[in-house]
Design a binder for this molecule. Structure first.
Ligand SMILES: [Zn+2]
Length: 277
């Protein structure tokens, strides 16, 4: 029995130009568009997903932290942080959310990060006793000043953080050229979904009732995926578009429920087993 549960850990707001980039704009033009944009999207959920599997509990992404709103937490020299608004109350962090579900975070054996952006790593503090898995190719661009310029806060990571970095070294999986199995039965498996960030991965969960595609930020919404609209923060729009097409091809090959990290309609699709195609 494999079960996927969506857990909302606060809200994020972004500019409309971040949620959806203009097809005719390159990486730099898209960022200028975000700074110029005066329209904010509605508060979007910051979602984590708990997978219960015979081999244990797996958590995909850890959300952000209430400390994000403490003066000085975000680097003042990086103007991009003023283009995003994170609101997380202490009790909305992933640790308290799990406790409210009757689960001690220490009972989460494995945390999987789709990528190291701050709104996916902010809850890591709750998992000092867990195995932390992340994609090596994304970690490589997430540390130091480079990472700090690219939406990561490595200076805020727990001092004990030493993620188990994985490569996409397994066999091709449908339209994905490689994969990385997490469980011995292969029913939880990582696939490369680069574009939003270098080395970004998604998590495919083949449960008994459906296949779940935990997309992280490969797309911000099912609507954007279906319309093949890439986001405004990608440094590589062509790769981001290829990823969207691959996810669609995968979903055409088996009934798949799409679960991005910031899609307000994701939890309802999960509850209703509503497939993408
Ligand atoms: Zn991201």
């Amino acid at each position: 029995m494999i079960k996927v549960t969506a857990i909302e850990t606060g809200k994020a707001r972004m500019k409309t130009a971040q949620r959806t980039g203009r097809d005719d704009r390159g990486a730099i033009g898209r960022k200028l568009d975000i700074f110029r944009d005066r329209d904010w999207v509605e508060p979007l959920p910051i979602l984590c997903f708990l997978i219960e599997h015979p081999e244990g509990r797996f958590l995909v992404d850890t959300g952000d932290t209430w400390r994000n709103s403490v003066p000085g937490y975000l680097p003042g020299w990086n103007p991009f942080y003023k283009q995003v608004s994170i609101k997380v109350a202490p009790h909305e962090e992933i640790g308290p959310r799990l406790l409210a579900m009757g689960i001690d975070p220490a009972e989460v054996g494995t945390v999987i990060l789709t990528h190291f952006h701050h709104d996916h790593t902010g809850g890591l503090d709750h998992f000092p006793h867990s195995r932390i898995i992340g994609p090596r190719a994304n970690f490589a661009v997430s540390t130091g000043v480079k990472g700090m310029m690219m939406g990561c806060l490595p200076q805020r990571w727990p001092v004990w953080l030493a993620p188990e970095l994985v490569e996409m070294d397994g066999s091709a999986l449908g339209p994905f050229p490689a994969s990385h199995p997490i469980t011995s039965d292969g029913r939880i498996v990582l696939v490369p979904t680069p574009g939003h960030a270098i080395g970004h991965v998604s998590v495919i969960v083949r449960a008994d009732d459906a296949t779940y595609f935990l997309a992280g930020d490969a797309t911000y919404s099912q609507a954007n995926l279906l319309a093949e609209k890439t986001d405004g923060v990608t440094n590589d729009p062509a790769t981001a578009l290829a990823t969207l097409k691959a996810i669609k091809r995968f979903a055409a090959s088996e009934p798949t429920v799409l679960l991005p990290a910031h899609d307000p309609e994701g939890p309802a699709r999960l509850a209703g087993r509503e497939t993408l195609l």
